[in-house]
Design a protein. Structure first.
Length: 551
């Protein structure tokens, strides 16, 4: 049977805690965890007398901060189902079995109690009229934005599966009251099955309540968050690759047929969709991250079955690896400040997900800038990189834990990492599915974070065969659909997809475009004599960040 843990976010609950615990049905939970948010009364003393597992905040962290510790502690102690029950006796503890029933039946990933569904009478139960009207109004607006049909989106009685909480970046949410809305909105738009359960409610003098001014702040923050996620992912997440599942990729118009096994599905029927623009041998500078040979590529082919796009390289993979080992890319450091800012964004995104520890392994770390940033964010960061120059530079300049190596010769014990990061690496590999399968045992319940090219970006669809990211060192080009299939085949499930917000100075962009777009480069260079602004190139959508969890 799954382990059920009830968490109690407590603040000044000395007078209601015993009643709350006493009304929890026998055998409804395997463990109770109370997290006290620096209560000035005797809440902790009462909890200790009742034999609860207790976590005490030395300083008040707020309602959201309390929940973060509730969930991380429950996950750490092996909970399969996590229940949130307020110890102020506002929600009836007898409803806990009803709350978790849809989860036990396999029909829900998240449930919450509705005071308005069924025969619920919140006003008769003591809910103030202003709160009743406010709840109904904001619930209607949030339903409109999210595409849901719930009756009570502000309930504090909730239950989650372990997988649901591991799929959501709840550690990045606010520590204030709108934490509940952020978690629910993300669950709805990231493909979690959310079920509403009718419950009774009651309001007493001991029940917690927030001031009108904080209520208005809560409402404003909640509506703004729902509007933002709905704009990004669509109602019910219909525009998000996370919720679309493993759909078939769109097949492009093609002419020539090539017989070559697909790395994803094994189908041998490949079609040439974009002819080669490259001639001659691969030059050493084409192995650099900052190569100017943009839009210079071999034949681009597509699998007629699964739609995976790849290149038809003119050299062997061993020759490509040798090129990476000899690669020297001093231009990479011209945008060091911008890269650090970007890597900080990655580190912040990663910090939102619960992990068992802080062990981070980066595959293809270049000179180790991200390792340096991750280390500053508290990670025990180490990495591997094929370039001898990059490894020596990173170790000497930044003092990072960096060794020469590739994912193919990685020899690490199982469960050795809590996070594996691969930035702009997957598209360079001969066997991306095999590489991810090799990483799967390293993570156990950890997080895989990768960035890669998005061949479905607006920029790629407009530029077609002249898209800058069609280069000879890229062996694969992923769409949300094919990347989802690759992850699934390797034993992962996608939990997030976001466009990477990159920015580069105009002078740097001009340098990169010298060969591929000489006229544009000349105009850009002329402009930089007067000013050198940063360009938000991430808006083109060419690079995506994907977060995945092992199945």
């Amino acid at each position: 049977m799954p382990k059920v843990v009830i968490t109690l976010p407590a603040y000044k609950a000395e007078g209601t805690l015993a009643k709350t615990i006493g009304d929890i049905p026998a055998r409804a939970a395997d463990e109770l965890i109370l997290v006290d948010d620096a209560s000035p009364d005797h809440t902790v003393k009462v909890a200790r007398e009742m034999g609860l597992h207790i976590v005490v905040h030395p300083e008040n962290r707020g309602y959201g901060g309390n929940q973060k510790n509730c969930y991380t502690e429950a996950l750490r102690r092996g909970a399969d189902i996590i229940v949130l029950l307020h110890p102020d006796y506002q929600y009836d503890p007898k409803a806990v079995p009803l709350l978790i029933a849809p989860i036990l039946a396999g029909d829900a990933d998240m449930t919450f109690g509705s005071r308005f569904a069924g025969l619920g009478d919140p006003v008769g139960g003591g809910m103030p009229l202003y709160r009743y009207l406010g709840n109904r109004t904001t619930t209607a607006l949030e339903n409109l934005m999210l595409g849901s049909r719930f009756t009570d989106m502000h309930s504090g009685l909730r239950a989650y599966t372990r997988q649901c909480l591991l799929s959501l970046p709840f550690l990045s949410y606010t520590e204030d009251f709108s934490f509940d809305t952020q978690l629910l909105a993300d669950a709805v738009t990231r493909g979690q099955r959310v079920v509403e359960v009718p419950i009774p409610t009651r309001y007493t003098r001991e029940s917690s309540s927030i001031a009108v001014s904080r209520s208005l702040k809560y409402v404003a923050e909640s509506l703004l968050y729902c509007a933002r996620v709905s704009a990004i992912r669509g109602r019910r997440g219909k525009r998000s690759p996370v919720t679309r599942g493993d759909r078939s990729a769109k097949l492009l118009a093609s002419a020539r047929v090539v017989e070559r096994p697909c790395a994803l599905c094994g189908n041998r029927d490949q079609r040439v969709v974009y002819g080669a623009t490259a001639t001659g041998a691969i030059l050493p500078e084409e192995y650099r991250c900052t190569t100017e040979a943009l839009g210079v590529h071999d034949d681009i082919i597509q699998c007629s079955k699964c739609g995976l796009l790849s290149s038809l390289p003119t050299v062997s993979y061993d020759e490509l690896i040798d090129g990476y080992k000899l690669m020297v890319d001093e231009s990479y450091l011209l945008e060091e400040r911008g890269r650090r800012e970007l890597f900080g964004w990655f580190a912040d995104a990663l910090a939102g997900y619960a992990t068992r520890g802080k062990r981070l392994l980066e595959i293809g770390a270049n000179v180790g800038l991200f390792l340096d940033v991750a280390r500053a964010h508290g990670w025990q960061a180490r990495g591997i990189e094929p370039s001898k120059w990059a490894v020596e530079f990173g170790v000497e300049q930044y003092g990072v834990d960096l060794e020469m190596g590739t994912v193919e010769d990685l020899n690490e014990p199982d469960r050795c990492a809590d996070v594996v990061v691969m930035m702009d690496v997957l598209e360079h590999l001969a066997d991306p599915v095999g590489a991810l399968r090799r990483l799967r045992p390293l993570l156990d319940e950890g997080v895989l974070v990768l960035s890669t090219v998005n061949v479905n970006s607006i920029h790629a669809r407009v530029r077609r065969e002249s898209w800058p990211w069609f280069i000879r060192s890229h062996l694969y080009y992923f769409s949300p659909e094919t990347l989802g299939q690759v992850l699934s085949s390797a034993g992962f499930r996608m939990v997030d997809w976001e466009t990477v917000p990159r920015s580069f100075h105009l002078s740097y962009v001009a340098q990169r475009a010298t060969k591929s777009h000489p006229r544009l480069a000349r105009v850009a260079n002329a402009i930089t004599r007067a000013a050198d602004p940063e360009l938000p190139v991430g808006m083109l959508g060419d690079i995506a960040m994907v977060v995945a969890r092992p199945r």
